[in-house]
Design a protein around this ligand. Structure first.
Ligand code: MRU
Length: 365
């Protein structure tokens, strides 16, 4: 995607030195566009934990580059396996992280130590390229859903889409997942308008999705997380489109906290609720999302404090919860498959069920 006319991915190898890894510091957006230089696996682990990089597919790709960075110094089996275990523990819910690290292990462990550093960079680049193509294809397969709704509208009347969290190009290597569908509909000339859930506590909607959509010229309105149900009751949402951090064999969907409540409201109001995912988000080793997906508990300070721009232009973190009150911060929830209208993948659309998934991914039987 482009920022001020310049095309970027969300992670890349520095063109000048040929080995360090560049990312946007997402904790600084939307107030500043800052590029970070990562040179050591500990910096990569910190970037993932602190959410300088975030979004399920992107943390997988960045972790893969973290392996490449580390192997420049040391590449024996014990070091490689310890490194993969360390990076794999940085965030628990998105399966893409472990998927990417397992792919690195498979590509590297059978090689002689001397070949591992170059092979690690090549495999990390292949993971990144795969994600770009996958996300582009997700957009293509989701596009007919928007076209169908647009065909029922009066000419020029926008398709109203509600989304949660940030599923855009900065959550992936490029394009995004649910936002890839929206970008491609917008680029195809379909009038769209996006209701952007603010997504407390970390405000990925207000900070990141609003920034991305604004930069791309997509009409949007930021709403409080609690507004979606009301808008659905009043016919102001045509479709919900969200991403996911893990989809189970039976089609249960883990995503940013609050997704489940939107799915409940959508179900009650007969609003279609679609979930976009790349193959790297599928975890066929688990079935019951509610019992089997680990839910990340983050620092309660993310709940008690928000950061924002003060009138003098400085950015500050302020407390928004009464002193002395405790806060809890579960970062994800699980939407049962029965509340999901369907899944949008790089191979097409399917029902959120084992049969639906196996229809698209027979090799995962
Ligand atoms: O905690 P985050 O910001 O990493 O959570 C991101 C999401 O929940 C996205 O919806 C998800 O990663 C899928 S879209 C790329």
């Amino acid at each position: 995607m482009k920022i001020d006319g310049v095309a970027y991915r969300s992670v890349w190898v520095d063109a000048e030195d040929g080995w360090s890894v560049r990312i946007f510091d997402q904790t600084k957006l939307p107030w500043a566009v800052e590029v970070l230089r990562l040179t050591h696996e500990d910096e990569v682990a910190h970037a993932i934990r602190s959410m300088q990089v975030r979004g399920a597919p992107l943390i997988g790709a960045v972790a893969a580059y973290g392996v490449a960075l580390a192997l420049r110094r040391q590449a024996d089996d014990a070091f490689l396996l310890g490194l993969i275990a360390m990076l794999g523990e940085t965030r628990p819910t998105a399966i893409n992280l472990r998927w990417a690290l397992a792919r690195m292990e498979k590509a590297l462990l059978s090689l002689p130590e001397t070949d591992r550093p170059a092979a690690a960079y090549a495999e990390a680049a292949a993971i990144a390229d795969d994600d770009v193509e996958t996300c582009r294809a997700i957009g293509q397969h989701g596009l007919p859903l928007i076209e169908e709704i647009a065909a029922r509208k009066k000419p020029g009347e926008p398709v109203n889409i509600l989304t949660h969290c940030n599923t855009g190009w900065i959550a992936t290597v490029d394009y995004g997942t649910a936002l890839s569908v929206i970008y491609q509909a917008h680029d195809a000339g379909i009038p769209v308008h996006v209701w952007v859930d603010e997504t407390r506590p970390r405000n990925q909607g207000g900070y990141l999705t609003a920034w991305e959509l604004g930069r791309h010229g997509v009409p949007h309105t930021v709403i409080a997380d609690n507004a979606g149900g009301h808008l659905m009751q009043h016919g102001q949402v045509d479709i919900c489109l969200v991403g996911t951090d893990r989809v189970t064999r039976q089609g249960d969907v883990a995503n940013k906290i609050g997704t489940y409540l939107k799915a409940l409201a959508a179900h009650d109001n007969k609003v279609p609720f679609w979930v976009a995912l790349p193959h790297s988000t599928l975890d066929m080793s688990v079935r019951d999302g509610l019992r089997e997906i680990p839910i990340e508990e983050r620092n309660p300070a993310e709940m008690t404090h928000v950061s924002g721009k003060l009138p003098d232009g400085t950015v500050a973190s302020i407390r928004v919860v009464a002193e002395g009150s405790e806060a809890a911060n579960p970062a994800f929830d699980v939407t049962p498959a029965r509340l999901v209208t369907g899944l949008i993948t790089e191979r097409g659309r399917c029902e959120a069920s084992e049969a639906g998934l196996l229809g698209l991914y027979p090799e995962k039987a």
